[in-house]
Design a binder for this molecule. Structure first.
Ligand SMILES: O=C(CO)COP(=O)(O)O
Ligand SMILES: [Zn+2]
Length: 214
């Protein structure tokens, strides 16, 4: 019991500090974005709805049972079902981060993207941390149909991009999910910066070699 309490306390504090770090660096703003993390018993902690990621209270995070029932804390994020869908598909995941980070949102609005994989393999770290980024068709935030559409795309990708909305990224740990989300944002920025130029992305062979090391 003591071990579970200290694991939970640590995770609550980590959600708060990751949220603050992301918010302070303008990777999301206002009350946008949400974070969740899983305890070893399968219970989930999630950020409350309408909360700023910059000023979360560890004691007020929403807690769900492993079966997905809200058991305590503030009213959960309206994307709770979407987070649960990510865990269902990405069984090894311990955390999910969703942001409204500007460059990724900008890419999610572009008309000319490959919906099966939105960003090219521009750098090794993008391939290592993200690899593939399918586009999920537009549904309003919190719509159960959005979560269902995410579940479909997350079958073979731990990162997805919601059209006209933003990225959702799962990771084994909260740090992994955070780092992958940041890599995605930087690659979206590079992609937009490079749009007027002829680029030389990594080759299929180089990409496959990086993926084999993960
Ligand atoms: O990003 C958001 C919706 O997609 C923010 O919603 P919540 O405030 O309910 O977490
Ligand atoms: Zn959102």
């Amino acid at each position: 019991m003591t071990a579970i309490i200290s694991e939970e306390t640590k995770l609550r504090d980590e959600i708060v500090s990751v949220g603050r770090s992301l918010f302070d660096r303008s990777l999301t703003f206002g009350s946008t974005g949400n974070i969740s993390a899983r305890l070893s018993n399968g219970d989930m902690l999630m950020t409350p709805t309408n909360a700023s990621l910059g000023s979360l209270d560890p004691a007020r995070l929403s807690r769900f049972s492993a079966e997905g029932v809200h058991v305590d804390g503030d009213k959960p994020t309206k994307e709770a079902f979407l987070h649960q869908c990510m865990y269902c598909q990405q069984k090894m995941s311990g955390a999910v981060v969703h942001l409204h980070s500007t460059y990724a949102v900008a890419v999610s609005i572009l008309d000319v993207v490959d919906p099966t994989d939105v960003l090219p393999p521009l750098t090794a770290y993008y391939v290592m941390r993200v690899g593939k980024l399918p586009l999920v068709e537009y549904f309003p935030p919190g719509d159960p149909a959005l979560a269902t559409a995410v579940a479909e795309k997350a079958k073979d990708s731990h990162a997805v991009l919601l059209a006209n909305h933003g990225p959702v990224v799962a990771g084994k740990t909260l740090r992994e999910a955070q780092y992958a989300t940041e890599e995605l944002e930087e690659t979206a920025k590079l992609h937009l910066l490079l749009r007027p130029h002829k680029v030389r992305p990594l080759t299929a062979v180089q990409k496959a070699e990086l993926l084999s090391r993960r």
